[in-house]
Design a binder for this molecule. Sequence first.
Ligand SMILES: [Zn+2]
Length: 303
Amino acid sequence: MKVHAEPKPLTGPLPGGTRGATVTVQPLSGGEVQFPAASFERPGGPFETLKASGLFTSRSTGWWWVQCPAFLITHPSAGTILVDTSLHSSIAAEPGENFGRLASRFARPRIEPGKDLPSQLRGLGADPRSIPLVVMTHLHVDHASGISEFPSSTFVVSSAEWAAATSGSRPILRGYRPQHYDYVFDYRLVDFDDPKIDSYATFARTFDLFGDGSIRLAFTPGHTLGHMCVLARLRDRDFVIAGDAVYTVRQLEGGPEQPRPHDPHLWRRSLQELQLFAREYPQAVIVPGHDPKQWPTLEAKYE
Ligand SMILES: [Zn+2]
C-alpha cells in the first residue's frame, strides 16, 4: 500500500519552547464509537476471538459506546497543540463514507449534531485551520478519522507508526484506513531509535517536543507498533494522554488485558511503564483511550 504524503524526519525540538513552561489541557470528545466490550478487555474463557468480534454479542448489552477523545493543549509560547483528531465531522450525517463500510460495521461511529471536534474547537477560539501542530498517538481509524480537517497543521507521528500504517496489505484488518492520512500534509516523523532520544521518569524513550520539557512524547508501542503517549506538564503535576496504550483505568490498574494488541510483549512493557508512572506520581492525571466510566469525571480544563 502506497501513500502520497512524503513525511520528513523530526530530529530536534520544534521552535517555540520556553524554559520552565507549563501548559493547559482541555479534553474534548468529537464523537463516539460502539465496539464489542470484549474488544477492550479480554473476556477470558473459550471463544475469546469470537467474543471480541462482537458477531454473537447483543449490541444492547455486550457493546460499549466510548468517546473518541482529542486534547487541546495550550502552550504559553508555542501556541495550540491538538492531540489526536477524533472523528471527522461528516460522520454526523454520513458515517459510512469516512469510516468505510467495513470499519463502520465493526465500530459504529456517531456524533451528536453540533458536537463535532471542529465546531467545539471553534467554540474555544481555536480555528482548526490555524492550529499549528497535531500530535497523533497512533493512526487507528477512531483517532485519525478527522485528520483532513486540519490541512494547515504540521502532524507529528512516530516513524514506526508511519511505517506500520503505510506498509503491508489489508491495513483495515490492523485498524488503519489510509484514506484518513493519505494527504500531502506536513508530516514529521519521530524516530525513537535515534541516539538523541532520552528517558523521562519511568518512560525509557521520550522526545521533548519543544525542548523545554512542557510536552514529551513517550514511545509506548504494542497496541500498534509505533504508539506514543503524550506527557504534558501542568503547573504542579503531569497530565498523561495514554492513547490506546491502555483503554481503561481498570486496565491501567492491572485489570483485564487488551485482547488483541499488535505486539503483546511490547504492549505489556509499555503498560508497565505507565503503571510504574502511576505508582510513582499518584498526583498525575492519566487518561486512557476509551474509558466510558472515567470520561464523564474529567474536568473541562487542567492547568
Ligand atoms: Zn487504537
